[in-house]
Design a protein around this ligand. Structure first.
Ligand code: ADP
Ligand code: ZN
Length: 725
């Protein structure tokens, strides 16, 4: 009997051996990619038949049997390769990568039919009004679900049940049907500008050519990048292939679905963690059997079982939301390129402010480079000016400079909207006692408690712990001595409310009650011109098109410039460009005002001058001189544990165990910038290596030989780290 390697979705690297009995093997075709149920210890678990030889030898008499084969289509050989590749690169156990593929076990079986009813016999003797309404609806012979029918007839399901009992209705299984309308590549067309046409043609050509390629679609905010990459999608669809569009904040982009529908006449399938399980199962199945042609998804959509992936688009490719920080630490932007390589299909990376990594790849000719230099609507790129806060001082206890307030007034009087951007949730990031200097910090983390005045709480943004806002100082007991230091969006809203009392103010952050559903509605309202002054965190920076937004004010441009992160300057430049890019998208005369105490900082100068090239060149030189990415490679090892000395000792022993190599530098261990999170003490090791070095293999070799952590100590590997906290 054949022996098969089966990988299970747990923290294991090995595919275990199982026997395929004639009985199970006869019932279904079984081969690499087949999804099966196998016994594992006392449990029955899911697994996928893997390719290649088995990883373990088991004596024939101890082999256990594959118990069943799921009716789902087998995973493609490309997807198996992809799982192996991601695991090898990130050092995650292969089973944990497979787990991201098999996330929706419901999807492995066909959808259960909905039970419904239809007319079958003569009407009952006693015909009440409710019964008559039910029977009227059933004229024509269509089947209805029991609850749907009752609701449509304005009665209770028991009335329907009564008609079934009397023989007037019979129960039937309703076909769930294909929930996915097919997008039509020729549904509508845009008349492109000359530069858009050039870019669109290049993308169409890359899809037509069929093989692997990467193109950077590099266009200023409002240049029509979406319309242009839709042409790549159209090309793939026209060839009966599937398209995947990855977005950093998918749950918030209702607007995006409308735009897709305007272009293709049907909505794409969505994929993100906010979806009900049944819907996720449908999308998974549809992607697998090919009835879903286009997916708009969060980073995890990259692990869907595409049958024939024709093109992958990564929109806002520079966005750090593409990096998953827990579990399997992968960057979906980079892994999209890997999947494209394995599938032998094109990948498009789109951004107004590309990552230095991607831009360098384009400069070196590894990626195609398509540039859109002007706004599609003919509007100008907004004029950006820095407000020197040392000269235009806010009144004591306030945060908006006279210059910004004046500009807001003017904009509102012209009937336009204002956006104030501050990347800080809550009311104030720090509360302290004026009498004794006590500061409120989290009991589990080395972090200040953030005041959320609207909820009356102090909250830790790392572990979520909350306490009611105290009335007196816990250290000295003074009453009325506590002061809020610095602003969050709630505090700016308070100030704006006092200055512009008759204006409609909307505050948007992830703390908004009602979650993403509410946020989506608010975005739609703002896009329709509702709300005078919008105050928001980075949620408002991304992708939205607000036609009446004429002024964007950045409350604190210096925030995030000095935090020890090698990408701090790049990240601030990207965020500020993106948020000021919300201004004046539909008309000329949009402007951005940036409050800063450091108007001469290179990032602020670059934002104001709009000289992106000079900024990237300077940033690139700075990184190259110290061999930081993209000119060298980094990996981080984070060691954490509830006992500080044990965590530190393990981090030190790990550092000593690093295989010596002249071109690899192991830095640390050092206490992490946030040295305690959720009660765990954290130490970091940073590994720096040359650009072409196989850092993953080096790490694997090192960690395999080092002693494993003990006593609650954990080690986390992060290849190509994005966060340095
Ligand atoms: P980006 O993604 O580059 O910021 P978008 O794709 O959102 O830009 O386009 C900005 C706006 O310009 C959208 O409303 C879009 O419909 C419109 N637009 C894009 N291309 C054209 C065009 N050729 N003619 C007219 N409007 C266009
Ligand atoms: Zn905390």
């Amino acid at each position: 009997m054949p022996v098969l390697p089966v990988l299970t979705p747990f923290a294991v690297d090995k595919a275990y051996s199982y026997r395929l009995s004639e009985e199970v093997g006869a019932a279904a075709e079984v081969g690499p990619g087949s999804i099966v149920q196998v016994p594992l210890g006392p449990r029955k678990v899911l697994g996928a038949v893997w390719s290649g030889p088995t990883d373990e030898h088991v004596d024939a008499d101890r082999l256990r049997d594959v118990e069943r084969v799921f009716p789902a289509r087998p995973l493609s050989p490309q997807l198996l390769d992809f799982v192996d590749w991601v695991a090898r690169y990130t050092l995650a156990p292969r089973g944990m990568v497979l787990r991201m593929v098999l996330r929706v076990p419901e999807a492995l079986e066909p959808e259960a039919p909905i039970r419904g009813v239809r007319l079958s016999g003569p009407p009952p003797e006693r015909l009440t009004d409710a019964r008559r309404r039910v029977l009227d609806l059933l004229e024509g012979g269509f089947g209805w679900s029991r609850s749907g029918l009752a609701a449509a007839a304005g009665t209770s399901p028991s009335v329907v049940d009564g008609l079934v009992r009397s023989g007037t209705l019979e129960e039937v299984a309703l076909q769930a049907g294909s929930p996915f309308a097919e997008p039509d590549p020729a549904y509508s067309s845009v008349s492109f500008t000359a530069e858009q046409t050039r870019a669109a043609e290049a993308l169409r050509a890359s899809v037509a050519a069929g093989g692997y390629s990467v193109s950077l679609l590099d266009g200023v905010t409002g240049s029509g990048k979406t319309e242009v990459y839709f042409e790549a999608v159209a090309s793939a669809l026209a060839r009966r292939r599937q398209a995947l569009i990855l977005l950093p904040e998918i749950a918030l982009t209702g607007q995006f679905l409308d735009r897709f529908e305007d272009r293709f006449g049907a909505r794409p399938a969505e994929w993100h963690s906010d979806m009900p399980p049944k819907q996720r199962a449908r999308v998974w199945r549809g992607v697998s059997d090919g009835t879903v042609r286009a997916v708009i998804g969060a980073r995890s959509a990259l692990f869907l079982p595409f049958r024939n992936l024709g093109v992958t688009i990564v929109d806002e490719e520079h966005d750090s939301a593409f990096k998953q920080e827990d579990g399997v630490t992968y960057n979906a932007r980079d892994m999209a390129v890997v999947r494209g390589h394995i599938e032998k299909r094109p990948v498009v990376l789109s951004s107004a402010t590309p990552s230095l990594e991607t831009l360098t790849n384009a400069d070196r000719g590894r990626y195609g480079h398509l540039v859109l230099a002007s706004r599609a609507t003919g509007a100008d790129i907004p004029a950006i000016r820095a407000i020197d806060m040392r000269a235009s001082r806010p009144e004591p206890g306030t945060f908006l400079s006279p210059a910004l307030v004046g500009a807001m007034q003017e904009t509102l009087e012209n009937g336009n909207q204002v956006l104030l951007f501050l990347n800080r949730r809550g009311f104030a990031p720090l509360t302290l006692c004026r009498s004794c200097g006590y500061r409120f910090s989290c009991r589990n983390c080395s972090a200040w408690m953030v005041e959320h005045r609207f909820r009356g709480q102090l909250k830790c943004h790392h572990c979520g712990d909350t306490v009611p806002v105290p009335q007196s100082c816990p250290a000295c007991g003074d009453v009325d001595s506590l002061v809020a230091c610095g602003p969050g969006v709630e505090r700016i809203a308070e100030e704006v409310g006092q200055r512009f009392a008759d204006r409609h103010i909307i505050v948007l952050s992830s703390d908004l009650p009602g979650g993403t559903v509410r946020l989506k509605t608010e975005f739609a309202h703002i896009a329709a011109g509702e709300g005078d002054i919008i105050i928001g965190t980075q949620l408002v920076a991304k992708g939205h098109h607000f036609p009446k937004m004429a002024l964007v004010g950045v409350v604190d441009a210096d925030l995030g410039l000095s935090n020890g992160d090698p990408r701090a300057a790049e990240r601030t430049f990207q965020l500020l460009s993106q948020v000021t890019g919300r201004a004046g998208r539909a008309r000329t005369g949009g402007r951005g005002l940036v409050q800063t105490y450091a108007p001469d900082h290179p990032v602020i100068r670059a934002i104001v001058s709009g000289d992106r090239t000079a900024f990237y060149a300077a940033e690139s030189r700075a990184r190259e001189s110290v061999a930081l990415p993209p000119f060298g490679r980094l990996a981080a090892l984070v060691i954490s544990g509830p006992d500080r000395p044990a965590a530190e000792a393990y981090a030190r022993s790990l550092a000593r165990a690093a295989p010596p190599r002249p071109d690899v530098h192991v830095l640390g261990p050092a206490e992490a910038p946030i040295h305690r999170v959720r009660g765990r003490y954290r130490f970091r090791l940073l590994v720096r290596a040359p650009k072409t070095f196989d850092l993953s293999a080096y790490l694997r070799n090192w960690l395999d030989r080092a002693e494993p952590p003990r006593k609650g100590v954990r080690r986390q590997v992060d290849v190509d780290p994005v966060s340095f906290l």
